[in-house]
Design a protein around this ligand. Structure first.
Ligand code: NAD
Length: 316
């Protein structure tokens, strides 16, 4: 049984990580400033005795973090709180840099002071395009194609430097594009959520550019299991670890898988072609070897679960 700090826990992936930690019997404290999260995402386990506190606050608030770390002797911090939108990072790089890089620094400083393991949530968006069918492993070149990627790479390096310089147990995880229930279905959501919402509303699906760009889509409960397990594993410390489905699909094929009707699909000008990554295919062998993780939910099954959820929430 561990005491866990979860940042970004009111967000899409964070609420699934929180759910899993509670199911595994841990005590969980959540910090989220609700800039993109929702309190309602926690409704399912709000009464759970393991959920010790939901703190509406920012990781940029050093006084808040300092008090919290003094009060609670955490064993591990899962650090998911971040600005996540590529276009927002292009329009307003300061906010992304502050939340993703400076915010991570504040978390690291507290964890260093109190000897708390850090699981840092990075992203596949730090990688350069994939060039073969074996997929992107952790030695694949990175490329900061957007300020979002740049901010995450900066934060990753700081996180690893605390492992090398101070011996602090830290791990960097790079999940590939994640989808599932609770992801926002508006313009700022993920491609699967947006496509499904438009399908259910009888609206056409808009594809940026020619739609040949590919994504390796990871179902959110597989993602959450991966993230949680890296926190449990000493073997993961000091490592960068990928997680993905191991199958990539073009956005054109994804749209067809979802609506199965060409006339419901249109192509529009890409909003940031310069920051697009043409091919993203994950190689998760390291996750399998180090922590025994592999994905359990197929793309078709994950889409079905997500569609059922969107329908049930009347978000359309
Ligand atoms: N969605 C994906 O496909 C994906 C893939 C790989 C990695 N990630 C990473 O996973 C994490 C969670 O992403 P998500 O998709 O659930 O997005 P999300 O926006 O739903 O979650 C991020 C949460 O962080 C909170 N937050 C932002 N700034 C904060 C601050 N200064 N202080 C406290 N809380 C703050 C937001 O309110 C939000 O609830 C992020 O670090 C993201 O970069 C996401």
């Amino acid at each position: 049984m561990m005491k866990v700090l979860l940042t970004g826990g009111a967000g899409f992936i964070g609420r699934w990580v929180g759910k899993r930690l509670l199911e595994d019997g841990h005590s969980v404290w959540i910090v989220d400033n609700l800039s993109n999260g929702r309190k309602e995402n926690l409704d399912e386990f709000r009464q759970h005795e393991g959920l010790k506190a939901f703190i509406e606050g920012s990781i940029l608030d050093e006084a808040l973090l300092s008090t919290l770390f003094e009060e609670v002797k955490f064993d591990v911090c899962y650090h998911l709180g971040a600005s996540i939108n590529v276009q927002d990072s292009i329009d307003d790089p300061r906010t992304t840099f502050e939340n993703d890089t400076v915010g991570t620094f504040h978390i690291l400083e507290q964890c260093r002071k109190h000897q708390v393991k850090v699981v840092f949530m990075s992203t596949c968006m730090v990688y350069d395009r994939c060039t073969d069918q074996t997929g992107i492993n952790e030695l694949h070149p990175t490329k900061p194609a957007s300020p979002y990627a740049g901010a995450k790479i900066g934060a990753e390096n700081l996180v690893l430097s605390y492992y090398f310089a101070y011996g602090l147990p830290t791990v960097v995880v790079r999940p590939f594009n994640t989808y599932g229930p609770y992801q926002k279905t508006g313009g700022e959501g993920g491609v699967v959520a947006i496509f499904l919402k438009n399908k259910l509303a009888g609206k056409p699906l808009s594809i940026y550019g020619d739609g040949t760009q590919t994504r390796d889509l990871l179902y959110v409960e597989d993602c959450a299991k991966f993230v949680v397990e890296t926190g449990y594993s000493d073997a993961a410390n000091g490592h960068v670890i990928n997680a993905g489905l191991g199958r990539d699909i073009s956005i054109n094929d994804l749209a067809m898988l979802i609506v199965n009707n060409e006339s419901q699909i249109r192509h529009v000008e890409h909003i940031h072609p310069q920051s697009e990554i043409q091919k993203l295919l994950c190689n998760s062998e390291k996750a399998h070897k180090l922590i025994g993780w592999s994905p359990a939910v197929s793309l078709e099954e994950g889409i079905r679960r997500t569609e059922d959820w969107i329908r049930s929430t009347n978000l359309i």
